[in-house]
Write a protein that binds this ligand. Structure first.
Ligand code: SAM
Length: 319
């Protein structure tokens, strides 16, 4: 496989995710007043995909908000969104006042993606006021203002990632830090993703990690899902490195996070999402394929982990 073609295919997954989010929002699954700024083609998605997108966005956003709530007493917080694509999380958090003027939010993606995102942000003053600034500095294929930095980098180059975070963004090793990785590691060599996981636990003394990913498929439905993605030119060979939820959990323990929680997205939907919210979204569109829905959701998982040095936190604050 040609490396350049694969890189382009991986970048296209961002457009796919952005369109899915736009569709779910326009059908009323959840609110995101910014996503429409990032889409140019308005395709439709099946109800199954809209419902799955809603669960994915809710799951990540809830964990992020929980992190920001429990770290409020600890001063400045730092969030790093890996392979952020056109994600609008920073704007949604600012709108809901979860992120203050002292906090820091950094997004990393390939330069091709961050340059386009920079252009879109620059074109829309409503986004500038959310970030609390009118002046941006152009940096490293992206931009930077007080609380927000968008930077172009290949995440497989860990030395460069660490230079950008520590020297350019000047992240502090002792502030509460949250890393988000949503549908990114799947497209990387597993040893490169491992390096990232390990880098964060060894560099930051108070670190949480949110991982949302595909699971390794062991059934025909899952194998077909993977085949569909691979037909677009992305290799998902990395999936076999950690084929079970148990293996994913052990991976994070091995790389420095003693406390790891993991669940399939089917459990998130069934056991975590409140019933009122479920009733509301189940009325939005008819969904007959309940078996397919279960299978789809069982093929994604959500992981949350934490490492805090020096016992600065009580257990009750973490759970
Ligand atoms: N996290 C966003 C979301 O959930 O909406 C985007 C997900 S999209 C499926 C995957 C993103 O990861 C793309 O924007 C892609 O460019 C980025 N990505 C994958 N491998 C990368 C790498 N080695 N370096 C930088 N970005 C990468």
């Amino acid at each position: 496989v040609n490396w350049e073609t694969q890189r382009q295919a991986v970048q296209l997954t961002n457009l796919d995710a952005t369109i899915s989010k736009y569709c779910a929002v326009s059908k009323g699954y959840y609110s995101d007043p910014y996503i429409h700024l990032f889409v140019s083609t308005k395709e439709k998605r099946q109800p199954l995909i809209n419902r799955g997108t809603h669960a994915r966005v809710q799951a990540v956003q809830r964990l992020v908000e929980r992190f920001l709530q429990f770290t409020t007493p600890y001063g400045k917080r730092q969030i790093i969104n890996l392979g952020s694509g056109f994600d609008t999380l920073v704007f949604r958090l600012r709108e809901k006042e979860f992120l203050g003027q002292d906090d820091v939010f950094v997004e990393l993606d390939f330069p091709e993606i961050t340059r386009t995102k920079r252009q879109i942000i620059q074109q829309h003053p409503s986004l500038h006021s959310l970030l609390g600034t009118t002046s941006f500095q152009k940096v490293h294929d992206g931009l930077s203002c007080g609380i927000y930095s968008l930077i172009g980098v290949n995440l497989e180059q860990i030395e460069r990632v660490s230079y950008l975070l520590e020297k350019v963004c000047q992240l502090s090793p002792d502030s509460p830090t949250l890393v988000i990785s949503e549908c990114v590691f799947t497209y990387m060599e597993p040893q490169n993703a491992d390096q990232i996981i390990q880098y964060f636990s060894s560099t930051f003394s108070f670190i949480s990690f949110i991982l949302f990913e595909l699971t390794f498929p062991t059934d025909p439905f899952g194998r077909q899902m993977v085949k569909n993605i691979e037909q677009r030119g992305c290799s998902l060979a990395s999936l076999s490195a950690y084929p079970t939820l148990k293996a994913q959990k052990e991976r994070f323990i091995q790389y420095g996070y003693p406390k790891v929680d993991i669940m399939s997205m089917y459990s998130f939907y069934e056991d975590v999402l409140d019933s009122e919210e479920k009733q509301r979204i189940e009325r939005l569109e008819l969904l007959d394929e309940l078996e397919e829905w279960r299978l789809l959701m069982q093929h994604y998982f959500l992981l949350y982990c934490l490492k805090v040095n020096n016992n600065t936190l009580k257990d009750s604050e973490v759970n």
